[in-house]
Ligand binder design. Structure first.
Ligand code: NAD
Ligand code: LMR
Length: 338
């Protein structure tokens, strides 16, 4: 006994039919943790993205409110809200891209690894849902500590038999966004003209900006290199301290997450030459995961770029980064395998 759709479902159906007829096609995107400090502006910016036809907003609190609010924006994506674990499967079914900013943020004095105990379990549960309901989706992991939550996601997918390394990406875009901003300040350039590769991982010394490879080609004094490396590596802490207990970066993160998600969607659409830094399964170093420039395409990560020539300062930084990363990766893997 099928019920006729109510008015709001009717609107959804009409708009989906409309879009199905449109030439551009559209992608189905879910945001998990959509009512949070990152989730809300991220959901808003994804609603503005013309590549998105359906936007699912999932959280354990306040998802209906955020959904009602965002659904009034006069852009084409159809927005639906999902509240609590019992609606997770509906939130995920049919998605092309899943973005995960769910989890607790840092307070002053904490490291990202201090979030492991709570966020590891959250990411595990959400990834179990992905493995069951949209195993072919591209997954963007934002929840910290990214250096460990990406290996956790990989282990969950392996256990479920759905793991495809090309589809799992840790979001390190904020490090690149910060690096572009701070380097542009030093060079007196517009940040939009600057491109700084940031490799390694997403915590402290694992964040390794490659200042020798900045575009446009630039040189820095040793003092500038120390200043920039320190500021880029500690950008997150700078925000945590300024917010003084009210959380960590949310707005610059939402901006970065959308920049990254848009690159993933353009890759899925088949655009050529989409290159961004991301933390992925990698053979660039001896570690199983590493952030570096990757080429995004129809299947996710289609190519991982080598690190390129490093100077001595960067080689020393790389050794420090690898040492810390190895422990964080192992911690994530053991969390699922134990
Ligand atoms: P927040 O506390 O404001 O929001 C987190 C949201 O997650 C909340 O709405 C909460 O209800 C939701 N949530 C909690 N458990 C959930 C579950 N099981 N399923 C779905 N949703 C759940 O935090 P925030 O500031 O948005 O930060 C979120 C995460 O992103 C933190 O771990 C933070 O450290 C991380 N972060 C990462 C980067 C990065 O560059 N990768 C940058 C900034 C923040
Ligand atoms: C950031 O880099 O801003 C995020 O990882 C959040 C944090 O805890 O610093």
């Amino acid at each position: 006994h099928l019920q006729p759709p109510n008015d709001s479902q009717m609107g959804d159906l009409r708009r989906e039919n409309c879009r199905a007829k449109g030439a551009s096609g559209g992608f189905k995107v879910a945001v998990l943790g959509a009512a949070g400090g990152i989730g809300q502006p991220l959901a808003m910016l994804m609603k503005m993205n013309p590549l998105v036809s359906v936007l699912h907003l999932y959280d354990v609190v306040n998802a209906p409110g955020v959904t009602a609010d965002i659904s009034h924006m006069d852009t084409s994506a159809v927005v639906r809200g999902f509240l609590g674990q019992q609606q997770l499967e509906d939130a995920l079914t049919g998605m092309d891209l899943v973005i995960i900013p769910a989890g607790v943020p840092r307070k002053p004095g904490m490291t990202r690894d201090d979030l492991f105990n709570i966020n590891a379990g959250i990411v595990k549960t959400l990834c179990e849902g992905i493995a069951k309901c949209c195993p072919k989706a591209i997954v963007n992991v934002i929840s910290n500590p990214v250096n460990s939550t990406v290996p956790i996601a990989a282990e969950v997918f392996k256990k479920a038999g759905t793991y495809e390394p090309k589809r799992l990406l840790g979001v390190t875009m904020l490090d690149v966004v910060r690096a572009n901003t701070f380097v542009a300040e030093v060079l007196g350039l517009d940040p939009r003209e600057v491109d700084v590769p940031v490799v390694g991982g997403h915590a402290g010394v694992t964040i390794l900006p490659l200042l020798s490879q900045v575009k446009p080609s630039s040189s820095f004094t040793p003092k500038e290199i120390d200043y920039l490396t320190d500021r880029i590596q500690n950008g997150g802490t700078e925000v945590v301290e300024a917010k003084a207990g009210a959380g960590s970066a949310t707005l610059s993160m939402a901006y970065s997450a959308v920049k990254f998600a848009d690159a993933c969607l353009r890759g899925l659409r088949g655009d050529a030459g989409i290159v961004q830094c991301a933390y992925v399964a990698s053979e660039v170093t001896e570690l199983p995961f590493f952030a570096s420039k990757v080429c995004l395409g129809r299947t996710g990560v289609e190519e991982i770029h080598p690190l390129g020539p490093l100077n001595e300062y960067e080689r020393t930084g790389l050794e420090k980064a690898k040492k810390e990363l190895a422990g964080s990766i192992q911690k994530g893997v053991s969390f699922i395998r134990k």
